[in-house]
Ligand binder design. Structure first.
Ligand code: TYD
Ligand code: MG
Length: 459
């Protein structure tokens, strides 16, 4: 069969283009990811004589631009505002990704509830649910007034027209994978459709100064389905994540043109939608059993916020040849490294022991400042001693067993003291961060042996 000339192959993972099919993508090395699509009749991102995003199409000097006219809109959720860098920036395109059923639609509906109650007209475009289905969910969240507009449609030109005509103060597109441009032959959710749809919404947001949230589904690897290019095009990429079995949800920014990407926001799902968790440390420590060995409280910094976490360790004799070392919530390679340091620099013998680490509450932490907490929890389980429940222990552990200083030690210590912890084991390098007037006992340590002596002490 003669091959149609007007088709092109796209890598479904990264958006790489090729005129012929390939088994492996040369750009992202994904196997079997190429899909054939008809070349779109439109050039991406509009026509050749397309105007710039500003009102005038001229070169200007940066000193002539005033940033003061960017007044952010509050989403009504402090947790979300902080992740966005202080609120929603007008004219920004925000991608919200997450597993199915994690609560993306619920979160945006709640944001719209708050925005519309504050007198803003908002437009919720749904390609996934019918009006009555959205209404069922909305009734659980609260009472909406007529400022909240719904549009259940998947055709891109219709949605674009509706947005321009109704000129709302914020738009949600739920979801990007259901929207399609009839001028492009490929199916909704395909690479060229997603590129086209995102391009149109980007232009729409910049031209009208309306902030647009787009919901994106994630693949089993955890990336937003569709090519990486989607993440490059938008201003902000937020991921909504959490354990399916736990009720808390975490929102984090992986890209943000208008703020930092370190912040996280914590929510809890209950029967009236999502609720903000304003004090995550208390939340993470609730339900803790503090009279067992193998448990240590440490402090991790998420953005500007210190969060106290319980590290649990279980050390047990290996039944088979190779010891198992697994960690949930922390990096497995880091666990292997810390076990090697413990083996070499202390008297503990762990080579014939299985070691399991768990960060209680299901939070994922990658910060090295929790090393000392992990080490202490392992030693506590291996030596079967209970760490005093009011002890907090943090610091980075180096290969020679030294305890290294961490950033923002003062913040961590303040959080621990505020929550009633009375013994703080921390790096000697952060000695000046201690708060003498708090009455807590401060033990600055410079290596892991000192740290283990400090945490195993009674009284
Ligand atoms: P949803 O917002 O539909 O997820 P997504 O858009 O990310 O696919 O998530 C809904 C889930 O949250 C669903 O499994 C039910 C649950 N839920 C509650 O527990 N309480 C509530 O008040 C609402 C509205 C949903
Ligand atoms: Mg949804």
């Amino acid at each position: 069969m003669a091959k149609a000339k007007n088709t092109i192959f796209f890598c479904g993972e990264c958006g790489y283009e090729s005129t012929k099919w390939m088994g492996q993508c040369p750009a992202c090395k994904a196997w079997n990811s190429f899909k054939e699509e008809v070349i779109p009749s439109l050039s991406f991102g509009g026509t050749a004589k397309k105007k710039g995003f500003g009102s005038e199409n001229t070169v200007i000097s940066i000193t002539d631009v005033t940033a003061g006219d960017v007044s952010r809109i509050s989403s009504g959720f402090e947790e979300l505002d902080r992740v966005l860098g202080g609120g929603i920036v007008p004219g920004s395109l925000i991608l919200l990704g997450g597993d199915p059923g994690i609560g993306k639609s619920t979160l945006l509906l709640q944001v719209f509830h708050k925005l519309s109650s504050a007198g803003n007209e908002v437009l919720y475009v749904s390609g996934e649910e019918s009006g009555s289905q959205i209404k069922i969910r909305a009734d659980r969240i609260g009472e909406f007034d007529e400022k909240m507009k719904l549009f259940c449609e998947t055709s891109l030109p219709d949605v674009e027209e509706a947005v321009r005509r109704s000129n709302p103060s914020c738009v949600v597109i739920d979801s990007i994978q259901t929207m399609y441009d009839p001028q492009i032959a490929s199916a909704p959710g395909s690479v060229s459709q997603i590129r086209q749809v995102t391009g149109v919404f980007m232009r729409l947001a910049k031209e009208t100064n309306i902030p647009v949230f787009i919901v994106g589904h994630v693949t089993k690897e955890g990336n937003v389905a569709g090519p990486r290019i989607l993440e490059h095009m938008v201003d902000t990429v937020l991921y909504f994540e959490g354990d399916r079995f736990a009720s808390y949800r975490i929102i984090r920014a992986v890209k943000n043109r208008f703020g930092s990407t370190n912040e996280i926001g914590i929510f809890e799902m209950d029967n009236v939608g999502l609720r903000e968790v304003k004090n995550p440390s208390e939340y993470m420590l609730s339900g803790r059993k503090d009279d067992t060995s193998g448990s240590c409280i440490t402090c991790s910094l998420e953005g500007t916020r210190p969060i106290l976490l319980e590290i649990q360790a279980l050390v047990a004799t290996t039944a088979f040849g190779n010891p198992r070392r697994t960690s949930a919530g922390t990096d497995n390679n880091r666990l292997n490294l810390l076990l090697a340091v413990l083996e070499k620099r202390t008297k503990l013998s762990l080579s014939d022991k299985d070691t399991y680490i768990n960060v209680a509450g299901g939070l994922k932490v990658s910060e090295p400042a929790i090393d000392l907490g992990v080490v202490a929890a392992i030693a506590s389980s291996a030596g079967d001693f209970v760490i005093e429940p009011k002890t907090v222990c943090f610091g980075e552990v180096g290969l020679s067993g030294e305890v290294r200083g961490v950033t923002q030690a003062q913040r961590r210590i303040t959080e621990a003291v505020n929550l009633g912890f009375t013994r703080i084991v921390y790096p000697y390098a952060n000695k000046n961060a201690e708060i003498k007037e708090s009455g807590a006992e401060f033990i600055a340590v410079s290596d892991i042996n000192e740290a283990l002596r400090a945490v195993s002490r009674k009284g």
